[in-house]
Design a protein. Sequence first.
Length: 254
Amino acid sequence: MAKFKTDTVCTWKWLQLWHRKLQFFMPLVMLAVGGCGEGQPNAVLELYVLNGFGDGVPRADVAIYRTREDWLNETNPVKPPKQTAENGVVRFVGLEAGEYYINAVADSLNNWEGKFRTNVKSIGSFYVNTEFTVISKNNSGLLAGPGGKRWRITDVTLNGQPFPAGVPPCVRDNLNIFFKANKFVRDEGPTKCAASDPQTIEGTWRFNSTGTDLIFDYGNEVEVWKIIDISKDLLRFQLTFGAAVVVVSLRPVS
């Protein structure tokens, strides 16, 4: 009898312990088989933000977007932006499957000229999508900005001398707007030099392989600016028309 009682007590204690274990593991099991949170977004995106040497970049600001337009303007992030850990890794959870656009910035470094688009898969609750993006210091970060960085002409010289009669107001108030991913818009501003001029012209911009020329493509026309100086506060370029050398300076405006 004593042995039966001992066996019964031990069995009961074992059952209690197993019940507690089941309580702990059951939500995970149900989640894995889709029985808990069924239909809810459950994809995971793990991002490695690297520098040009392949090292993880700590404390980089990272946001993800569902559309290219939101990425260009840095609006409507899918999740609140995060910072990378010391190893350069950041993780976003609870995502829907599909295409995402990555914006990664750390001081003067960004991923605008690298990989910024990825496709996230949802294969069970524990599947992790891994992606790598490289951030670097590049002219895009100086020239462009979220929602478009606006530049306006401040000075023009002809063969080293001030432009005769100065720069007309209808030219000085023009806006040259540079977006991420090479989108460009020229806006005539409040005044036009000719009433027939379109208010805006859209195209693309890019640097040549050496970074010395800024090339605009409007579809039916290509324009080339020969860069003299470029920084976050100054863009100076040269145009040559036969013996005439025109140097134009632009500065950003809010």
